[in-house]
Ligand binder design. Structure first.
Ligand code: CP
Ligand code: NVA
Length: 309
């Protein structure tokens, strides 16, 4: 039996597969320049395929981009909030995986618990895609790398500064660092550091990943500055976070530490005046709207890879 191509975390994929996915994303974007968004790609590689999308948490970008993506590949989506499914009334994750595997060709899940997505994938006989968990957000990082490369060329050898929470999005930047060969400097309050196992794995695999507590040191001459919300979905300690993260806001003064033409990225939704100022988010160095659009292109390439393209 051929192995099912799950897309759960970037560290699980080879550099070759990840590069092929990123290049497919760029090629598909270029090939449909100027087309209406509902038109199907000429090769329709996922013709007649059905993608199930299950959401335990809110979503704008992931939801709309995956729906548009599978349509542009020639397939269709079935979308459900977990609370409307029997999953929300306690039907086991494994039984849900068995049933959906009989009905659809791939499943994208946005879940509270990363472990639940792993459990789903262990039983599923169709590809499972991680659409964000408490631990990682791999789809986002492929869109981010596409955005960086469109604007600044090959990401290999570039320095990416992560400023803020060592959260799920930060984790996927760590996972991809050894695969794509970029340097990563992470500045966060010590109590909100990323998973040290993730750091150790990336470093063992040869990546240059530095953990700092000074945003200016992280941003110094960086090619890209990235941040994310200080309070992720599921985080309870709102007040403690707002206090701890205040020195980690990305504003014009911090962007001045980076390379003069440095790019600013944010996965969105942004909290203006908290982790990022209006001037940076709306400024010339900000690529956040390209980044959001690239969710469609990157996810088309992920779906195409998962479904054997
Ligand atoms: N960046 C991102 O995943 O956005 P949504 O939460 O809107 O899907
Ligand atoms: N870290 C954020 C990302 C949202 C796309 C969260 O998990 O809420």
């Amino acid at each position: 039996m051929t192995q099912v191509r799950h897309f759960l975390d970037l560290w699980r994929l080879s550099s070759g597969d990840l590069r092929a996915i990123l290049d497919d994303a760029k090629a598909r974007k270029a090939a449909r320049k100027g087309w209406p968004k509902g038109r199907v790609d000429a090769d329709a590689p996922c013709r007649d395929r059905v993608l199930a999308m299950v959401f335990e948490k809110n979503s704008t970008r992931t939801r709309f981009s995956f729906d548009a993506a599978i349509h542009q590949l020639g397939g269709r989506a079935i979308i459900a909030n977990a609370g409307d499914m029997q999953l929300g009334r306690g039907e086991p994750v494994e039984d849900t995986a068995r049933v959906l595997s009989r009905m659809v060709d791939a499943v994208m899940i946005r879940a509270h618990s990363h472990e639940d997505v792993e459990r789903f994938a262990r039983v599923a006989t169709v590809p499972v895609i991680n659409g964000l968990t408490d631990k990682s957000h791999p789809c986002q990082i492929l869109a981010d790398l596409q955005t960086i490369e469109e604007n600044r060329g090959d990401v290999r050898g570039q320095t990416i500064a992560w400023v803020g929470d060592g959260n799920n999005v930060c984790a996927s930047f760590i996972h991809a660092a050894p695969r794509f060969g970029y340097r990563l400097r992470i500045a966060c309050p010590p109590q909100y550091h990323p998973d040290l196992m993730d750091l150790a794995r990336a470093q063992q695999e040869g990546a240059e990943v530095l953990l700092l507590d000074d945003p200016k040191m992280a941003a110094a001459q960086a090619d890209v500055v990235v941040t994310d919300t200080w309070v992720s979905m599921g985080d309870a300690d709102h007040e403690a976070r707002m206090e701890a993260f205040e020195p980690f806001a990305v504003d014009e003064a911090l962007m001045e530490q980076a390379a003069p033409d440095a790019a600013f990225l944010h996965c969105l939704p942004a909290h203006r005046g908290e982790e990022v100022s209006d001037a940076v988010l709306d400024g010339e160095q900000s690529l956040v709207w390209d980044e959001a659009e690239n969710r469609i292109h990157a996810q088309k390439a992920i779906l195409n890879w998962c479904l054997g393209g």
